[in-house]
Design a protein around this ligand. Structure first.
Ligand code: SAM
Length: 278
C-alpha cells in the first residue's frame, strides 16, 4: 500500500509519485493559459494532505497540488470513497472555491462530473488507485477518453494485478475472471493465458503494452510509462502511465516521464530487457 494501513503516510515512493504529478500539473496549467477554462478530475483523491513518514510534516497530496497550480483550474473535482478521508479532504481544501468534493465511487461520479464539462475544455484526469478490484473500471477510462482529456493512471502491477493472477491460469476462478474483466483492458485474458505458463516474466511487459494499445485505440496518440516505482527495499510496486493527444501535453509528458526524474525511464515502445526484470 502506498501510504500503509489506515493512517495514510507518505513513504519515499509516494513522494516521488507526487513529484511526477506536481511537475506535470504545474506545466499543464501553464500550457493551457490561453484556454478560458481548464478542469482537473482526481478519481482517488485521498485526504489532500499526508504526514511525511520521515519528518512527520504535512505534505500536499494530489488535490492540494492541483488547487495551488497557476493559472488555476476552473474547477477541481475530487472523488473519494472513504467517508472519513473525505472529511479530511473537506477540511484540507477549505478556502479553495474551485474545489468540488464527491463522496463515493469514482466509476459512478466521473461520468456525471464529465457531463458538467465542455468537451472543448482541457481536462486532466488523475487516477491513483491502490488496487484493482473495486477501483478504476475500464469503462470509466473509456468514458474519460471521449472528452479533451489527458490521463495519468497508476497501474499497481506488482502491488495488485500480479497477485490476482495465479501462475497456473486454471486456478483463476471464472467469477474472479469476470470481475477482473471490468477493471483490466480488453484482451487481458489472452495476454494472461499466453504468458502465464512458463513465460510469467513477460506478463508485466505484455500487460503494459496492452494498456498502451488499448489507450491508443481510445484515441490517445501517445502513451508513456514511468520506470517502476520501488520501495526502499527495492521491491517493485507500480507504474505511472500517461496518455494524451495534444502536442504540447505530449512534449510536457515526454519531459516529465522520460527525462526529468530517472534516466532509466523508458518509452513503452522501447525494447528493453529491463522490462523482463520483474
Ligand atoms: C493512493 S490514495 C490517493 C492519494 C492521492 N492521489 C494523493 O496523491 O494524495 C487512494 C484513495 O482512493 C480511495 N478510493 C479507493 N477506491 C475508490 C473508488 N472506487 N472511488 C473513489 N475513491 C476510492 C481510497 O480511499 C484512498 O483514499
Amino acid at each position: 500500500m502506498p501510504y500503509g494501513g489506515q493512517e495514510q503516510q507518505l513513504r519515499g515512493w509516494s513522494k516521488k509519485k507526487l513529484e511526477y504529478l506536481r511537475s506535470y500539473i504545474v506545466a499543464y496549467c501553464k500550457a493551457t493559459t490561453k484556454s478560458l477554462k481548464r478542469f482537473y478530475i482526481d478519481g482517488f483523491a485521498g485526504p489532500g494532505k499526508l504526514p511525511d513518514e520521515d519528518s512527520g510534516e504535512m505534505v500536499d497530496g494530489s488535490p492540494l497540488i492541483a488547487l495551488k497550480a497557476e493559472p488555476r483550474f476552473t474547477l477541481c473535482h475530487f472523488v473519494e470513497k472513504d467517508k472519513a478521508t473525505c472529511e479530511k479532504l473537506r477540511n484540507n481544501t477549505r478556502g479553495y472555491d474551485n474545489a468540488r468534493i464527491w463522496e463515493g465511487d469514482c466509476n459512478e461520479w466521473i461520468p456525471i462530473i464529465l457531463q458538467t464539462i465542455s468537451r472543448a475544455s482541457p481536462t486532466l484526469a488523475v487516477l491513483d488507485p491502490t488496487g484493482v478490484i473495486g477501483q478504476v473500471k475500464w469503462a470509466t477510462i473509456r468514458t474519460i477518453a471521449q472528452w479533451k482529456t489527458e490521463i495519468i493512471l497508476n497501474l499497481p502491477y506488482h502491488m495488485a494485478v500480479r497477485r490476482l493472477l495465479p501462475n497456473d491460469p486454471s486456478l483463476l476462478s471464472p467469477d474472479r475472471a469476470t470481475q477482473l474483466g471490468e477493471y483490466l483492458p480488453p484482451g487481458w485474458q489472452a495476454v494472461y493465458y499466453d504468458t502465464a505458463r512458463g513465460r510469467r516474466n513477460l506478463l508485466c511487459r505484455k500487460l503494459l503494452e496492452l494498456y498502451r494499445d488499448q489507450l491508443k485505440s481510445l484515441g490517445y496518440t501517445d502513451v508513456f510509462a514511468s520506470a517502476v516505482f520501488r520501495t526502499e527495499h527495492n521491491l517493485p510496486l507500480y507504474y505511472l502511465i500517461w496518455a494524451g493527444r495534444h502536442p504540447v501535453g505530449v512534449r510536457i509528458a515526454r519531459h516529465v516521464f522520460l527525462e526529468q526524474f530517472d534516466p532509466r525511464v523508458r518509452l513503452l515502445d522501447v525494447d528493453d530487457d529491463e522490462w523482463l526484470a520483474f
